[in-house]
Design a protein around this ligand. Structure first.
Ligand code: CMC
Length: 370
């Protein structure tokens, strides 16, 4: 038994040994299997990153083609779409996604296997199916038929095309793909921890993924990206944002898209990169400068007033808005991208498992009698 110390929110606690990723705040580097995440965002494809996460090395051309194929050519069972069609459109998109991810298990003959080799083989298919569910969530809620991904396009192009159902510019596909890589893996946030905790009971990958969707929905975690966009739209312009943010700060409310448990008083490196992506997208689409201006104003206010910096969600929101993506899909897209990192963690947990079972600092009564 180790020393009994209590850290609220498990701040600073080392809860897993991993070879997947590490937030090195001293060297200011997000390490993904030895590579710098920012370099992957700049130069790699999403399939490269999936290969790296699952295989522990960058894929060669043949493996990359195999991964792309599995991700774009594994249709979602029609029964899963039928379940989604029966859910009320008023249900939060993350709750619809959570239901669908759970239902996927019913159509995987190996669903209950916790053999890491089986999970490794099934992971690209699961990532592709989750992505197709996400791409179709809003269409189904609005009574349109779901569309499968097509082998004609890359994974990222498929994903964006099915969401927006229009021709897309190469610059749009690249911006979207860069956001997916930025979201793919990030050490041990709440959702990944949730997935590892569930996996540690030797429960299966679908159960672990379902718990991660539930965790990611929260506004303190993945739900922040949609909250940022609602805030920008409510504000309408730069003076509007300044007023809105100052009012919120005066009321001691949190501003979504700022702060991070690990980076707290520094800029999330992913946010800085997505800010560049936003500027490139504005140039490519010749519109949207207002969102860059608003975001800059918000950044300045939070730095001066609170010493807080943006996280990835802050800049992902306007990028998705300029791509014409429905706001309710921002957090589900985060999950689809993160399903790659989550599968790597579930596999790692099942390879070297020890049950998670912490203790409490008991503050309740003692000695009461009936
Ligand atoms: N707006 C205003 N004040 C803030 C914010 C914020 N966004 N974030 C932290 N603070 C303040 C907080 O009020 C507290 O102040 P005080 O000590 O005066 O009460 C102090 O900073 C410490 O806050 P904490 O909640 O104890 O710190 P934490 O490490 O638990 O916070 C966080 C991390 C992400 C929950 C928090 O920064 C937050 O609520 N941010 C807004 C939501 C958000 O953007 N989430 C996305 C996180 S990054 C991507 C992801 O993981 O999904």
């Amino acid at each position: 038994m180790k020393e009994n110390t209590y850290s609220p929110g498990l701040e600073g606690v080392i809860a897993a040994e991993t070879k997947i990723s590490f937030l090195d705040t001293e060297q200011e580097e997000i390490v993904i299997r030895g590579y710098n995440l920012l370099e992957l965002i700049r130069k790699a494809s999403f399939a490269d990153v999936v290969g790296l996460l699952l295989d522990e090395k960058l894929p060669d051309a043949a493996r990359k083609a195999e991964l792309e194929k599995a991700m774009v050519s594994s249709p979602v069972p029609s029964a899963v779409y039928e379940i989604l069609q029966k859910l009320p459109a008023s249900m939060h998109a993350m709750d619809r996604l959570r239901t669908a991810v759970s239902a996927l298990a019913a159509f995987d003959p190996e669903a209950n296997s916790v053999d890491p080799n089986s999970e490794h083989v099934r992971a690209p298919r699961i990532i592709g199916q989750v992505s197709q569910i996400v791409a179709n969530l809003t269409h189904i809620a609005q009574g349109r038929k779901p569309e499968d991904f097509s082998p004609k396009y890359s994974y990222a192009e498929n994903f964006l095309r099915v969401i927006v159902r229009r021709d897309v510019l190469p610059a749009e596909v690249r911006a979207f793909e860069q956001s997916l890589i930025a979201y793919s893996e990030h050490e041990l946030p709440n959702s990944t921890f949730a997935a590892r905790v569930v996996a540690s009971t030797l429960a299966d990958a679908y159960g672990a993924l379902t718990s991660a969707v539930a965790s990611l929905k929260g506004p303190l975690h993945g739900g922040a990206n949609e909250a940022v966009m609602y805030m920008l739209l409510e504000a309408k312009d730069v003076p509007g944002l300044e007023k809105l943010m100052r009012d919120k700060l005066a009321k001691k409310e949190r501003i979504m898209g700022f702060g991070h448990r690990v980076y707290m008083r520094r800029m999330d490196p992913r946010a800085a990169l997505l800010k560049e992506v936003l500027h490139e997208l504005i140039r490519a689409r010749s519109k949207g400068q207002i969102y860059a201006d608003m975001c800059q104003k918000g950044e300045d206010i939070m730095r001066t007033e609170k010493g807080l910096y943006p996280n990835l969600d802050y800049y992902a929101a306007p990028v998705y808005y300029l791509l014409d993506i429905p706001i309710e899909l921002y957090t589900p897209i985060f999950f689809a991208a993160r399903s790659s990192g989550l599968m790597a963690h579930i596999i790692e947990q099942h390879r070297e498992n020890r049950l998670y079972r912490p203790r409490v600092l008991y503050r309740g009564h003692r000695g009461l009698r009936l």
